[in-house]
Design a protein. Sequence first.
Length: 145
Amino acid sequence: MKEFFQKMVAFFLAILAALGISLKTPETPSITLSENDSYAVDDGTVTFAFASNPSTGYTWEVRQEGKSVKQSRAWYESGTDERGDIAIAGRSGTQFYTYQAVAAGKTTLTFDYARPWEKEPPIKSYEVCITVDKDLKISDVAVAA
């Protein structure tokens, strides 16, 4: 019986492959903000990815107006060598911010790339308006650079 079951599973998977049907979860498409910055929406979350190089003193600062989303995660991934093996100090990388929908409404996030101790305006800035619907799904992301 076990052998029969294994053959049926293999047959079923072969049919799916022949029809071009995949059991993998589709990747969330990302929307490009600029050459090196983007965001992706996945149901009730939105993740922003910004080029960053903390060794220069520049960091991303975030201001939030509204309470429809909450930051759930922030992390930095350092650049790697040409083979993609080793993270190299001083090399640029990517700063990520993930926000989770927590209430229906609108929230405005302002991302500024600046040196915190300088009085100069940021060298890059995005104002993002996120709309969350009653089902706690992100229904719109409007970006102004």
